[in-house]
Design a protein around this ligand. Structure first.
Ligand code: FE2
Length: 208
């Protein structure tokens, strides 16, 4: 190898490792993010929602009845990919009721909607980036495994739309959207329910 060729080879190697390094760092950061998922057809527009859109989907303000289904608490911390808490961000969830019916005019399946279920709610993250919801454990409906739809917004800007699944649910393996996820991604959107002081709860941290 001539000196010139050696130098050329050295520069090439240096560049490769330099850019290789950058690629690696870029991937390492991107990899921590919560995987995105389709919004689906049943995101309720503001006019479809009940006036109460708080973080307790089991209780509609002014109503006596609580929603049917297994009541759960869903909580977590929202951060950016540098692990900085996202404070004052709007977290939205929506899901079907205990009967598998959505609060959406487009859900025209012949099922009665549970009038005590809020169907959609939001929370604002606190100073630690924490969010919390009281809702029901998602149920199944034709073609999908149980899931909760989730959106994170900064003001009017949507940062993330995703779906959460029940860890270990038998139907997950038959779900086409679930099956697109890698094992690591599944972990990031799985609700691992445990019995806490306030009942059944799951913690899912979000990297938006
Ligand atoms: Fe859905």
């Amino acid at each position: 190898m001539t000196i010139e060729n050696k130098t050329r080879r050295f520069i090439l190697l240096a560049l490769t490792s330099l850019f290789g390094g950058f690629t690696f760092v870029g991937r390492a950061i991107a990899d921590t993010r919560t995987p995105k998922a389709a919004e689906g057809p049943f995101y309720p527009t503001p006019s479809m929602r009940v006036p109460d859109t708080d973080n307790d989907l089991v209780k509609i303000q002014g109503e006596v009845e609580e929603a049917g289904g297994e009541i759960i608490t869903l909580r977590g911390i929202v951060t950016d990919r540098y692990a900085r808490p996202l404070v004052g961000h709007r977290v939205e969830i929506w899901q079907c009721d205990v009967n598998g019916k959505y609060l959406h005019t487009g859900d025209n399946r012949n099922l009665a909607y549970d009038q005590a279920f809020q169907g959609f709610g939001h929370d604002m993250t606190d100073d630690n980036g924490a969010y919390i919801f009281r809702t029901i454990k998602p149920t199944t409906y034709p073609g999908r495994t149980p899931h909760i739809h989730v959106k994170v917004c900064e003001g009017d800007r949507e940062l993330l739309t995703t779906q959460f699944y029940i860890k270990g649910q038998a139907n997950n393996a038959q779900d086409s959207l679930f099956n697109r996820l890698s094992a690591v991604e599944i972990d990031r959107v799985s609700m691992d329910f445990v019995e806490g002081e306030g009942g059944t709860e799951a913690t899912v941290n979000i990297v938006a």
